[in-house]
Structures are given as C-alpha cells and as structure tokens.
Design a protein around this ligand. Sequence first.
Ligand code: UDX
Length: 434
Amino acid sequence: MKNIAVIGTGYVGLVSGAGISDFGHYVTCVDIIDSKITLLKKGQIPIYEPELKELVNRNVRAGRLNFTTKIEKTIKNSDVIFIAVGTPEGENGLADISAVEDVARTIGKNLSDYKVICTKSTVPIGTGEKICKIIDDAMLKPIKYDYVSNPEFLREGSAVNDFLRPDRVIIGVNSYKAFDIMKKVYSPLFINETPILHTNVATAEMIKYASNAFLALKISYVNEIANLCEEVGADIHQVTKAMGQDGRISKKFLHPGPGYGGSCFPKDTNAIASLSIEKSVKMHTVLAAIKTNNKQKLRMINKLDSLINGFNQKNIAILGLAFKPNTDDVRESASIDMIDGIIKGGGHVMAYDPIANDSMKKYFSNITYFDSWEDACSDVDAVVIMTEWNEFRAMDLKKLKSIMKSPFILDTRNILSISLLKKLNFKYDNVGRT
Ligand code: UDX
C-alpha cells in the first residue's frame, strides 16, 4: 500500500482522496484553509455530494484517511503526491493555474527522495512542462521524481461513483516506473479490467479537454436541433431516441435543455478555444458550441417573455437553481441568466431549489427564496423549471395549478408530461417538443 498526499480538498481533491483511500492506500488530504480541515476532522463535508460523507467516514474509521494543514510534512511522508487545487477561469478565458504553481513550488522545496507528482486538476495543455520547471527550480538539491498527468472525469452529483467505477483511467507519464506505481494506486480498478491508458503528459492533458469540449459540443448541437424541431413540428425526444440508437452517436448527453453550466464545460470549452487561437489552429466547432450555449440561455428568457407577455410586475417561480440535479453548485447555471432576465424585465423571482438556495444567495440576495415548491409557486404568474430534480418530475400538477395565479409553465428540462399539461389546461412551453 502506498502513502498518498492529496493537496486541495475541494471537489476533485476530496473525492479523489477518499476514493484512493477506499482502494486501500493511506491518504492524507491537505488544505491551506484551516476551517475546512477542522470541519473534515469532525466528519463533516464542506460540499454537497451524494455518498461522499459515507466514503470519507468509512475510510477515516479504517485509519486510511486523514486531514491536515501541514503540507511540508505530508509531502515528505508520501510516495505519490496528487495536486488537486482549483484552476478557475482567468483572464482571456485561459485557466488560472497560480494555485497549482504555488503547490509545485512547495513540493519542489520539500522533495527529499524519489516521488511521483501527479496533477489531477484540469490544467491547460503544456502545464506539465511548466510544473516540472517550477519543481526543478525550487529543489534544494537535485532529486529524481516523475511527473504524471492523471485527469479526473468526475461529474458533480455522481462523483463518488465516477471515481470508484470510471470508464477509464488516463495516466500521462514518460516513465514506466511511475506508470507502474500509478497502476498500483488504481490496482482495484486494474483488477476489474477498467481500461488504464498510458500516454505522454500532453496527450493526457488533451484527453480531458477534448472529452469535455466534445460533450459540450454534443449538448449545443442537440439544443440547436431542438430549436429547429420547434419550427418544423418535430419532437426532439423521439429524434434523440432514434439518434441514440445509432451506436456511433450514443444516447448519452443528448438531452436538450436551457444550456450547459457548471464548473467544467464553460471553463474547459473557453480554455481549449483560447488555446487553439493561441496556437493558430482556431477550433471553430468549439467556439460555435460556446456561442450556441450562450444563445440557448437567452432563448429560455425570450421563451418565457413570449409565453407570459413580459415580466413587468409579474411574480415568477424558478424551480431549480443548481446547474444540474444532486448538487448545490450554481456556477454558470442557466438559472442565473433566467433570474437576471426576469429582474431586468421588472419581474419578481420566487426561487426554490432542494439544496442550492444558499449557493444562489451569493449571486442574488434580493430575490425571495422558499423551502418548498408549493410555497414558491403559490399565487405566481408563471413557473419555470430550470433543473430536473426528481421532486419536480413528481410534482402534482393539479395541485400546482390550483395554487398558481395563472397557469403558465416553462419546462426547460422537458420533464413534465405534455398530455397532462394539456389536459389540465396549462399554457406551457418546453425545449423542442411543442
Ligand atoms: C462534467 C463532465 O461530465 C465530467 O466528466 C468532468 O470531469 C467535469 O465536467 P459536470 O459538470 O459535473 O461534469 O456535469 P455534467 O453531468 O457533465 O453536466 C454538465 C452540464 O451539461 C449541466 O448543466 C447539464 O444540465 C448539462 N447537460 C448534460 C445537458 O444540458 N444535456 C445533457 O444531455 C447532459
């Protein structure tokens, strides 16, 4: 079993650290934020992620997982060091890797013997070389190490499952010794025959961006097809069902909606597009996907505007604030654009999300938040579904109609039954199904 350090206890670091300890290794998760480590030591989890608390507590109890702010000591005691700090979008759309660079410097200064240094954070292609240079410059005396790029493919809301049961593991490293060590880190997966791909560093970095940009492209494409369906009287669900039956296309990531959000797709598409421009091989497809996504978010506002004939002085319930279900993350969520549009149009927002109300308060403190959909929808002029939480799928539409002032509903996730909406005389709109 290996001694592993995971630096950064954000979303990626915490899930990875807990997951690796579940594989049987001894993991120390490090963060510079004292309050986070204190919370984690008490068995509390600073983010909402299904199954994470159980995973963390199980491994803490087994003595395989612990938390500290002492980075120097942890580096010295580890065989493998994972860098999993944040890389937010910086200026010009490129990722801001200053936190990764700081960690690399600290690792360099504290390197005492051979170690594998592995980046999990999503970093621009070419960052591997920069990190190695920083480590080399910071070292007090020359020490051998290997640098690995091991990108994560975790989806918020199902990150634990994605970590423990991945489709593939990418290990980008120019050394067989380090590849073998990394294979041991992931040995339960290796035994289960999960594909473990050995590439060079730049290829591993590219796989991450190429995958996310492709999925974003797929969503923007299907959103445009949905918009066209509306004009020609076609049904997007039947279209995507048939498309998905073609193995070359696959049925996944073919759901139309209000435009993708989250911490990855918007940031990663901007990063790869900016890189392509910098390298003079402009990616027109990715740039188009970004533009389409921004337009899709605006299209939802215009749909609502047309449905209810303007926002002025109207009370509008927004059901769902998170960028997708099972997370409290609202970053780049289409709900932000929707709320903004309603406020600019003179309307009032009644917001409800099963868990993301508090996250949205950081963006909008001046709208009204409720603790149930019934309260949010009471006496409103319209309801907009922005996130496909199960509790909205299961809403009693008869009851909904009875508590609303006017029966207008925009379903941007296509989760409500059209036949029932029709039967109950709702005035409704959706994406690609009218
Ligand atoms: C994504 C990638 O899936 C994951 O592999 C990567 O490591 C991180 O980025 P995440 O952002 O957590 O994960 O969520 P994901 O499930 O991919 O959804 C992203 C956005 O696309 C959401 O806003 C979602 O609503 C939207 N989406 C997704 C669609 O609109 N239609 C779809 O068919 C799928």
